[in-house]
Design a protein around this ligand. Sequence first.
Ligand code: VAH
Length: 314
Amino acid sequence: MKKILVVGAGGQIGSELVVYLRSIYGNGNVVAVDLHPSEALAADGPFELLDALDAERYAEIVRKYGVDSIFNLAALLSAKGEAKPTLAWKINIGALTNSLEIARQYGCALFTPSSIGAFGGDFPRDNTPQDTIMQPNTMYGVCKVTGELLSNYYHTRFGVDTRSVRFPGIISNVTLPGGGTTDYAVEIYYAAVKGERFVCPVSENVYMDMMYMPDALRATVELMEADPSKLKHRNSFNIASMSFTPEIIYAEIRKRLPDFEMVYEIDPVKEAIAESWPNKLDDTCAREEWGWKPQWDLSSMTDDMLRAIRAKNL
Ligand code: VAH
């Protein structure tokens, strides 16, 4: 990768992926684009305004900077997508199809994230395999499965270098997530640091795969830099690092903040989505095909999240 474009750079993943990519490839070689202006992203490297549904403007930027690799992160997340399913389809699939067509026309490699949200229906929830039934009952999940199928199609039909991972819930301390079912696992740390009682929208025994942002960023780049001849899966890869319930993360935080309190007020939409997702992924294929291995666990992540949020002096 030499000239990189990050689409949806202002989001939870994009805002940190741009910084991470610029630290590896050089500020001037990573172009950040988003629907909204961003002083932070424009301060250290090229930034352009882009609605990812505007194919002409998208292609103009790719030509202007001589882009050879695209990270397409433009999407509405699961809970927000359930509130506006037709808008979610329009944005998620519109940005995806523009990205695939532009990658095909200009010979770019293309990373499009999938998610544990792509799973649904009668599949093994424990040690969920790489290849299994995928019948999600959320618009977000339908968009993710569509993205996986189109990524694989563009690779086999047109030779586009498409790559993807099924992200777990990503926990980070820079940009707050917006509208996801796993957002609680970020918000709980902020409540703990502020000394507030946390109101959890997902019930106590619902497991979901989660991952700390540094692992997610490293996985993304390691996959994009992997030897293409070793990659058997061009739809997407299961990647996993930890799986926990609200009770488990609550107990981990209370080891450090014993007075921290949490109660439950179940959000029926988020609860239903969380119940439909895997408890724990099997990521053997990612480990075998491109050497994936997580470096963070719940304890080390909790220490780092509490440290970083305290440093914000909220
Ligand atoms: C969401 N954070 O909750 C996203 C992610 C696996 C979860 O896709 O919608």
